[in-house]
Every structure is written in structure tokens, then in C-alpha cells.
Design a binder for this molecule. Structure first.
Ligand code: IMP
Length: 190
């Protein structure tokens, strides 16, 4: 039913996006991820670190699936400009403001693309001597990964399409979409 798909196509600024992963599929997968994390061997009061801006919705949903006492802190990192990585990380938010030493850390990321953001954050956190660092991401683009980071849990592995929704944006837009949408079938803009 091409017409039905066309009906749901959305426009954000100059680009069109088509439905990709539904709200129901996301919530089912997030519940599974939470159950799996509940089985991990973690010390007392692990620290979740949500990477802003993109992971705020995923982090809120995932944290509510956890059945152990955990803290959450937020860090703002930015490497993207429109649909492309700028190739460097800008730390925009305040420092974490919570102790990291000897704690099990679970980084909550929206999407691992080149891996630069996670590579940078893991290096920074290691300086603070945590007991362990795990990376949980809703989305992973394995074909795009260039930096050596180990991702411990992946919601969905996807091709290199640019996606928006469920916290992810294009030029600040689309974060409030309940499902995920991918760039409609044209090449990325130069
Ligand atoms: P990396 O540092 O190249 O792994 O990129 C990770 C960051 O780039 C994510 O936290 C997102 O903010 C952004 N990003 C990468 N791919 C996409 C996408 O398809 N849509 C929206 N943001 C993306």
C-alpha cells in the first residue's frame, strides 16, 4: 500500500522522512533490553549516564524498566551538524556532578554511528576510575563505525540511513515523534 506509506511521510525542514520502526516495536525492544540489564552482574547503585540531547526519551523509558536502584546523570555531547558528523566532539553541558569512581557505569546513547562520541566519552570516564563501563544504545549503524568501541547492548542494528524520532533530531526537529523515521529515498544533501 504505497499510498498509505506516502500518507505517513513527514517533512522536517527541507527533508522528508518515511516511517521506519514503530512506537510498538520500540517499546517492546526497550522492555526486552531492560529485562536483560536486570540480569547483569552490577555493583550497588550503578550510574546511568544519558548522552544528551538524543537519548533523553530512550533513557527515560529504559530506566523505568530497571528493577534495581540506580542513579542517572546527563552529559551533553555534540558531533552532528544536520545529517553529518562534524568529526569532533563538543562537550556542551555541565560536568556530570556525581561520583564515578568504583561505580558500574551504563552509558545510554541514542545511536552509535562512527563511534566517535562513545570513544571520546569512554576515554573521559576512564580517567575517573569507574569499576566498569558498559554502553547501551538504541540504534547502531555497524557499517559506519570507525572508532574502536565495544557496544554491550544494541536495540536495533540499522543500515547507514539517517533517522529521526524518539529523541533523535534533524536540525532540532523530530525528537517528539513516537516512532523512528528514515530519510526518504534520496541521497543525503551535500
Ligand atoms: P558518532 O559520534 O558518529 O557515533 O555519532 C553519534 C551521534 O551522532 C549521536 O549521538 C547522534 O546525536 C548523532 N547521529 C548519528 N546518526 C544519526 C541519525 O541517523 N540521526 C540523528 N542523529 C544521528
Amino acid at each position: 500500500m504505497v499510498a498509505a506509506i506516502e500518507d505517513q511521510r513527514i517533512q522536517l525542514a527541507d527533508l522528508s522522512f518515511d516511517p521506519y520502526i514503530s512506537e510498538e516495536e520500540i517499546s517492546q525492544r526497550v522492555a526486552e533490553m531492560g529485562q536483560e540489564i536486570n540480569g547483569w552482574d552490577l555493583g550497588p547503585k550503578p550510574l546511568l549516564i544519558s548522552v544528551l540531547n538524543g537519548s533523553f526519551i530512550f533513557a527515560a523509558d529504559l530506566m523505568r524498566q530497571l528493577d534495581f536502584t540506580a542513579e542517572i546523570a546527563f552529559i551533553q555531547l555534540n558531533s552532528y551538524d544536520g545529517t553529518r558528523s562534524k568529526g569532533e566532539i563538543v562537550m556542551e553541558g555541565a560536568q556530570l556532578g556525581v561520583p564515578v569512581r568504583n561505580r558500574d557505569i551504563i552509558i545510554i546513547e541514542d545511536i552509535v554511528d562512527s563511534g566517535l562520541t562513545m570513544f571520546y566519552l569512554v576515554q573521559e570516564l576512564k580517567k575517573r576510575l569507574p569499576a566498569s563501563i558498559r554502553i547501551v544504545t538504541l540504534l547502531h549503524k555497524p557499517e559506519m563505525q570507525e572508532f574502536p568501541v565495544t557496544v554491550d547492548q544494541i536495540g536495533f542494528s540499522i543500515p547507514s540511513d539517517f533517522v529521526v524520532g524518539y529523541g533523535l533530531d534533524y536540525r532540532g526537529l523530530g525528537r517528539n515523534l513516537k516512532g523512528l523515521y528514515k530519510l526518504a529515498g534520496q541521497d543525503l544533501p551535500a
